[in-house]
Design a protein around this ligand. Sequence first.
Ligand code: FES
Length: 159
Amino acid sequence: MEITIYLSLVFLTLYVIGLIIRRIIFLRARRRMREESRWGGRIIARADEVEPGSVKKFWLICQKYRVDGFLINDAGNFYAYVNRCRHMTTPLDFVRDQFFSEDRRYLMCYTHGALYEPATGFCIAGPCKGESLYRLPVQVDRGDILVGCPEGDLSFLAE
Ligand code: FES
């Protein structure tokens, strides 16, 4: 009996410590995001650093959520999306650390092969056909690429 109570207290203590560490990490990230932001967006890269066909991963703090995203340069136009497939909640690059299909025409989720249009995030093939990636607003200011948070209810990020 005593050992059960003892183990319960140990697990409870570890759980609370984990929560505190997670909160500290979140608050530090939120402060960093504020320092690296202007016009409502975080500075992700210099525009000339992200060449056509390339991808840059980043994170944002949006409301109470950490958002993992990726920025692409599609023929000179910049687009950013939440790095989460619409089929399941896995990142597109979960398996191979790649975002594009082999012919480089589409964004691809390597878990089950869904294809998305780079400019719209619309899924044209695979198990999420007809859905769209969650888009993040992008602006270029003085040569910096800024990515902002999506507006409205972000509770889908908690799923
Ligand atoms: S998780 Fe992306 S296609 Fe299934």
